[in-house]
Design a protein around this ligand. Structure first.
Ligand SMILES: Cc1ncc(COP(=O)(O)O)c(C=O)c1O
Length: 406
């Protein structure tokens, strides 16, 4: 094992194991510093980060513009609560609304909070605008979904690890197969207020729905007076080669759920963006968060939105993603069974006869690559969008090497 050769790593790993609840099973690396696409561990070893904080680090570690914005804001004002308005708030909300072609923005902190916000807004819209009878609002989600880990969200998870032993569960959700428009149409009732969907399912293994699915969902939701809620927390903000994954089918959802990269890898920032007739249903006191939309978060996220407005990161993701996918596809038959994804985002199914996804990630770690497994034999690759061609080639070379001599 890699940890045997090192000095500080084993103790740091043991201390972390001793003092925390075991709700994660991290790879045996202890990161101390990072810059761009590279991290350095406590023993000075460097790794190419091909997970990028599950896409929270789309702009790389410590992007200079974002770090400068954070430093400047730290020296001025960090928190007011929403009891008062601060001078960073409007610029962030306006910038994000424009990026989403939306009227209004509601900032929160974590992705799960954005999802919870959308559930509440959709239900309130159902009762106050659509006219659903009290207590009957109903939301449709997809099999294999991952929208976070609050008690309501795990209530409609189909992953036993996320759900089992955490009941009683919140009612009001129906699960249908992902990518199946007919099943979605059949599940909609007069009480349905929203369809909540990941345009690409990340945790499920980077599953891309069949062509036309998202556009078909848009049409269906419009025809049946149901809100289309797109969870772009992992798929959005440049990851797939466009600003949002729904852009690949020219779709505009009623609500965009954003998080992860919105905080530039510095602060937790999430948001719901949407039309005034939907987000506008909320009244003072009905929803909020002490830290949601705080000055530090807004200062950083405003710069994130400005970086995305240049289009540079979306272009990089598309171009470099094509290189990544070409290289991965060339490994099919050589230890890889299938490759899915878009832009700089890939789910790679390793031949289970060769090794598990976990084992592949451990071997990649020894080769200087950080990646994460999911569902047995799949590994996920999502390097920062600042990654270079040479770095992509390095990652591909290392993957080929561990598969050829496991
Ligand atoms: C699609 C999606 N939605 C929601 C979440 C939850 O975000 P958070 O972990 O910030 O609560 C995640 C996290 O991985 C996600 O991938």
């Amino acid at each position: 094992m890699i940890v045997d050769d090192l000095t500080l790593t084993p103790k740091a790993l043991a201390d972390a194991e001793r003092w925390t609840a075991h709700n994660y099973h991290p790879l045996p690396v202890v990161v101390a510093e990072a810059e761009g696409a590279w991290v350095t561990d406590v023993d000075g070893r460097r790794y190419l980060d091909c997970l990028a904080g599950y896409s929270a680090l789309n702009f790389g570690h410590r992007h200079p513009t974002l770090i400068a914005a954070a430093h400047a804001q730290l020296d001025r004002l960090t928190l007011t609560s929403r009891a008062f308005v601060h001078d960073q708030f409007a610029a962030f909300c306006k910038g994000l609304a424009e990026l989403c072609h939306a009227d209004l923005v509601l900032p929160m902190n974590t992705g799960a909070e954005a999802v919870e916000t959308a559930i509440k807004v959709s239900r309130a819209w159902g009762y106050r605008v659509k006219g659903v009878p009290a207590g009957r609002a109903h939301i449709i989600v997809a099999d294999g979904n991952f929208h976070g880990r609050t008690t309501t969200i795990v209530s409609f998870s189909t992953d036993p690890d996320a759900r089992d032993d955490f009941g009683p569960y919140t009612p009001g959700f129906t699960v249908v197969p992902y990518g199946d428009l007919a099943a979605m149409a059949a599940a909609i009732t007069d009480d349905t207020v929203a369809v909540l969907i990941e345009p690409i399912q990340g945790e499920a293994g980077v599953l891309v729905p069949p062509p036309g699915y998202l556009a078909g969902l848009r049409t269906l939701c419009t025809e049946r007076n149901v809100l289309f809620v797109a969870d772009e927390i992992q798929s959005g903000l440049g990851r797939t080669g466009t600003t949002f994954a729904v852009d690949h089918e020219g779709v505009r959802p009623d609500l965009y759920l954003l998080g992860k990269a919105l905080g530039g890898g510095i602060v937790p920032v999430s948001a719901v963006a949407g039309r005034a007739d939907v987000l506008g249903v909320l009244r003072p006191g009905e929803h909020g968060s002490t830290f949601g939309g705080n000055p530090l978060a807004c200062a950083v996220a405003t710069e994130v939105v400005a970086l995305l407005a240049t289009g540079e990161f979306q272009r990089r993701s598309a171009t470099l993603g094509a290189r990544l996918h070409a290289g991965l596809n060339a490994l099919i038959g050589n230890g890889v069974i299938a490759v899915r994804g878009r832009g700089l985002w890939a789910g790679v199914d390793i031949d289970p006869a060769l090794m598990t996804g976990r084992r592949a990630c451990e071997l990649l770690l020894e080769q200087g690559i950080l990646a994460k497994d999911t569902h047995g034999s799949t590994i996920r690759l999502a390097p920062p969008l600042t990654v270079t061609e040479d770095e992509i080639d390095f990652a591909l070379g290392r993957l080929a090497a561990i598969l050829s001599s496991p």
